[in-house]
Design a protein around this ligand. Structure first.
Ligand code: CO
Length: 134
């Protein structure tokens, strides 16, 4: 069911420092920071030949990554995003197999303007999983 790895998201306490690590130390192509207030994050996109890395810094009071950064003050891998062809079919497939979809179970428009869902990390080897309709 899942297809390509769309991105790996890394939560960071300092986006400028993280962008320097990826842009200068690792020599990757990094975007300018983009504020996504509706998602509670500011993001820098790192383009790799086969996938993307997203560096996420909290934005605003109720950022969904604040609790994660409290537990992981130096930052860490926050989620993996896999592409699916049909987000509703994927959701129904997962629910039928007992997996937990976060929130109200309805896809939301994600950072790339496409429908996404998040899946409970306890059902997926301890890692938060995002599904994005390709
Ligand atoms: Co993501």
């Amino acid at each position: 069911m899942i297809g390509r790895l769309n991105h790996t998201a890394i939560a960071v306490p300092d986006l400028k420092a993280a962008a320097r690590v990826y842009g200068q130390t690792l020599g990757a192509e990094v975007s300018t920071p983009r504020a996504l207030p509706q998602h509670g994050v500011t993001v820098v996109f790192v383009s790799l030949p086969n996938t993307k890395i997203e560096l996420l810094e909290p934005l605003g009071e109720n950022s969904p990554i604040s609790a994660f950064l409290k537990r992981n003050p130096a930052g860490g891998v926050h989620h993996l995003c896999y592409e699916v062809e049909d987000i509703f079919a994927a959701r129904d497939h997962l629910l039928a197999r007992g997996a937990r979809v976060l929130g109200d179970g309805e896809p939301k428009i994600g950072a790339h303007g496409k429908p996404v869902l998040f899946l409970h990390p306890k059902d997926f080897c301890g890692v938060l999983v995002e599904l994005e309709q390709a």
